[in-house]
Structures are given as structure tokens and as C-alpha cells.
Write a protein that binds this ligand. Structure first.
Ligand code: PNS
Length: 159
């Protein structure tokens, strides 16, 4: 079965990566799908995020990286996926995620949303926190891969 792991991934964190690794064992193929969101001003371009994710998942054979616009469920149908995958870090994620799962189910009853609990040790990580710490000059090596830390550092320093 094909699973779609949709998100902003701005940037991908070690929490996301852990989820990708674990889900790649459960599914035939996992497509990490970066949303091109016209309403959000991202830190990294979609192209850059796709490239970043490709690099850190290159050793996982059944993982593909792509980007999409519009509804996630339509993208999932187009890819003939059976599952939408989302990570749950804390209880406060649950409310919004459950609503999204219900809405997606009304749009396409044949595609299930499956939640994976984020690794306990990584459950405090979010892309926004990573960006904030990086902006303020703090260490982020325990939150993202070294490539992403470099990208953030160079972007923060105007390059
Ligand atoms: O990483 P994020 O920002 O938490 O991901 C949220 C995402 C991209 C999964 C969600 O916003 C989404 O699916 N957006 C696409 C539009 C859509 O399908 N909306 C209907 C579900 S409410």
C-alpha cells in the first residue's frame, strides 16, 4: 500500500525523519509530499524543501519526495495511495488532526488517515521552534540534520 506523508516541512526535522523511517517499514511506498501553500510565506522554497528531504531520505529505497498544490486528498487519489500519514506529538495536535482526518474521509472514504506517535524523545520538535532557535543563534544540531542546520545558518546569514 502507498502512503502519503503530507506537510509543510519548512524545514524537515528529526521528528519528521523518524516518522518517515518508521513508516517506510510499514508501507510499500511512502511519498513525502510538500504542500505548495499560496497562503503561507515559507522560509525555504518548495524546491529547496524537496531537495532537503530527498537528501536526508536518499538511503531509504521506498521513499519518494514530491510537491503538490490543492487538496491533499486529491493528490493522494492521483497517486493511488490508500493512506494519509500524520504524526502526533502531543495531545494538542490531536484535535486539529482528527478534524482533518474526518474531513478527508468525507472527501474520499477509501483513503484512511493513519497517525503514528512521534518518538518520545523528538516529540517537542517543530519546524517553527527550529527556525526560532536558529534565528536567535541557538544550537539546532539535535533537532535537524547537519545539512539542514547548515542551510538554516546560511539563510540566516544572508546566503
Ligand atoms: O506540516 P503541516 O503544515 O502541519 O501540514 C498540514 C497539511 C499540509 C497536511 C494540511 O494543511 C493540508 O493537507 N493542506 C492541504 C489542503 C487540504 O487538503 N485541506 C483539507 C484538509 S483540512
Amino acid at each position: 500500500m502507498i502512503a502519503i506523508y503530507p506537510g509543510s516541512f519548512d524545514p524537515i526535522t528529526l521528528g519528521h525523519l523518524d516518522l518517515i523511517e518508521r513508516s517506510s517499514i510499514l508501507f510499500e511506498k511512502v511519498i513525502v509530499a510538500v504542500l505548495k501553500n499560496p497562503h503561507k510565506q515559507p522560509f525555504f522554497t518548495v524546491e529547496k524543501r524537496v531537495q532537503q528531504i530527498k537528501k536526508c531520505t536518499q538511503n531509504i529505497k521506498n521513499v519518494e519526495v514530491d510537491s503538490f498544490t490543492g487538496l491533499t486528498i486529491e493528490y493522494a487519489k492521483m497517486k493511488q495511495a490508500g493512506v494519509l500519514l500524520r504524526g502526533l506529538r502531543v495531545m494538542s495536535d490531536f484535535e486539529q488532526e482528527l478534524q482533518m482526518a474526518h474531513i478527508n474521509k468525507t472527501l474520499e472514504p477509501n483513503i484512511e488517515t493513519i497517525f503514528l506517535a512521534t518518538n518520545t524523545e523528538l516529540s517537542f520538535i517543530s519546524s517553527s521552534v527550529v527556525k526560532e532557535i536558529a534565528k536567535l543563534g541557538g544550537a539546532i544540531d539535535h533537532l535537524v540534520t547537519s545539512d539542514i542546520a547548515k542551510d538554516l545558518f546560511s539563510a540566516m546569514n544572508g546566503g
